[in-house]
Design a protein around this ligand. Structure first.
Ligand code: GRF
Length: 244
């Protein structure tokens, strides 16, 4: 989008995306932010690993992309200071971790409290950490999914904003399950960033709190738990139930 158009739109939140690899969630965010009425723009992508694909998508979309390799720093703090300097220089309002594989320390997380998001490929608080899909299959659970949450200093533990559930099939491999969850991630993350950017959801006393008023707006439905009527959704059964 041209800078003239984006400034004409006024208050689009400036978003920095932190990645470590493939960048498919980054791509989903970039695509969503191309809609003229999307309340956020991706202004900076930072990868902590050199030679990954993500920065190329960013550059192709005209977005500034940096590699800040954590291996070039003596400790986490100095690495994070470099991240912070780049985010500040780009006047970033919201940071999205999208497959970013570094733990962030409390000072960094605190500086971005309520403005730092992460996506994790499980239904948190189950299956925090790495090798999620292998562990999901090992455990034999029948439903998995993904979670977008505000980041807190403990890994994969911040306030949950939204989740998407998918069935787990008997025949799934970690790869097939990862692909199914990833499709849900690509829909969930842009929606949640939209809600955070337009103020529909905020972090309050350690919880993600939605603004009730917005649930009535056309196209802006917010699925408040207390307003979900039973007829509003079909439960996800895995495996599917026999037809009556
Ligand atoms: C996603 O599954 C995300 O949930 C996890 O790492 C993966 C990153 O994939 N944190 P991509 O780099 O966005 O394609």
């Amino acid at each position: 989008m041209s800078s003239a158009l984006s400034s004409a739109m006024g208050k689009r939140k400036r978003v920095g995306v932190l990645i470590s690899g493939r960048g498919s969630n980054l791509q989903a965010l970039i695509e969503a932010a191309q809609a003229p009425d999307y309340p956020a723009e991706i202004v900076l992508v930072i990868s902590n690993r050199p030679k990954v694909a993500g920065p190329q998508f960013a550059q192709a979309a005209g977005i500034e992309a940096l590699t800040i390799d954590h291996k070039g720093f003596a400790d986490r703090e100095s690495f994070e200071q470099a991240l912070q300097a780049a985010l500040t220089k780009a006047q970033v309002d919201i940071v999205c971790n999208a497959g970013f594989m570094r733990l962030l320390t409390a000072p960094f997380v605190t500086a971005w409290q309520g403005r730092l998001l992460n996506i994790h490929p499980s239904l948190l608080p189950a299956f925090k950490g790495l090798h999620v899909h292998e562990r999901v299959l090992q455990a034999g659970v029948k439903v998995s999914g993904c979670t977008v949450h505000f980041v807190s200093p403990e890994m994969d533990s911040g306030a949950i904003i939204a989740q998407a559930a998918v069935p787990v099939a008997e025949t799934d491999t970690p790869e097939s399950l990862a692909a199914r969850v990833l499709r849900a991630e690509h829909r969930l993350y842009p929606q949640v960033l939209k809600w955070v950017a337009n103020g529909s959801v905020t972090l309050q006393s350690g919880r993600a709190v939605f603004k009730p008023a917005l649930s009535a707006e056309p196209g802006g439905a917010v699925p408040l738990a207390e307003t979900v009527a039973d007829q509003d959704f079909e439960p996800l059964y895995s495996p599917p139930l026999e037809r009556p």
